[in-house]
Design a protein around this ligand. Structure first.
Ligand code: E4P
Length: 221
């Protein structure tokens, strides 16, 4: 499974990308709005840092506006993916944009039927938002399971990109059910590295090493 970061913060992207664990980036208007600078500059800097796919979202909600923004976004870098919301105009724009050779990440997917339509319209990525479903008392992972099953049943090319991830357990479950990609806040990826037994184990190794060194030095003295 590919691991993406869901952020527009370049410093956080750089830190984790240097570890070789970042396959791509997703952004959205909320995430980009938090960062200083212009939209194009922010996305260009991310696309330069990360070689994999970088999703950048349109803010227009009408067909012409979405297509115009998609054309602008796609000139930023070759690894950019245009993110379009699953609304009727968004489906129409996805058909047009993907027909022009641009890749689309269809976002704000909250039902398997929406995902099915996104794939049919030509989206390369389908983004179910699982945390937001959990928030309203629905099991977000069930949507991922449904989309993975539909993808496998029909050999769909669209990749299932699990978004709105809130904790490492979401990543693990997404991997177990066969999602293609999990995108997560940097804090979640940091948590994936941590285990208290790793910390206590390392401390013990280093303490034992120091103790042995000191006793060998006192014997030699
Ligand atoms: C995915 O592409 C979205 O940017 C993101 O995962 C939304 O997550 P949120 O529900 O934490 O805002």
């Amino acid at each position: 499974m590919k691991l993406f970061l869901d952020t527009a913060n370049l410093a956080q992207i750089r830190r984790l990308n240097q570890m070789g664990v970042v396959d791509g980036i997703t952004t959205n208007p909320t995430l980009v709005a938090k960062e200083p600078g212009e939209f194009e500059e922010i996305i260009a800097a991310i696309c330069k840092e990360v070689k994999g796919d970088v999703s950048a979202e349109v803010v227009a909600t009408d067909f012409d506006g979405m297509v115009a923004e998609a054309k602008r976004i796609s000139t930023i870098a070759p690894n950019v993916v245009v993110k379009i919301p699953i609304i009727p105009e968004g489906l129409r724009a996805t058909k047009a944009i993907s027909g022009m050779g641009m890749r689309v990440n269809m976002t704000l997917v909250f039902s398997a039927n929406q995902g099915l339509l996104a794939a049919k319209a030509g989206a390369s990525f389908i983004s179910p938002f699982i945390g937001r479903l959990d928030d309203i008392g629905q099991r977000g992972m069930e949507l991922v399971e449904d989309l993975v099953k539909i993808r496998d049943n029909y050999g769909m090319k669209a990749e299932v990109l699990v978004g709105s991830i809130r904790h490492p357990q979401h990543v693990l479950e997404a991997a177990k059910v066969g999602a293609d990609i999990a995108t997560m806040p940097p804090e979640v990826m940091e948590k994936m590295m941590q285990h208290p037994l790793t910390d206590s184990g390392l401390k013990r190794f280093l303490d034992d090493w120091d103790r042995a060194k000191k006793s060998k030095q006192s014997v030699a003295a």
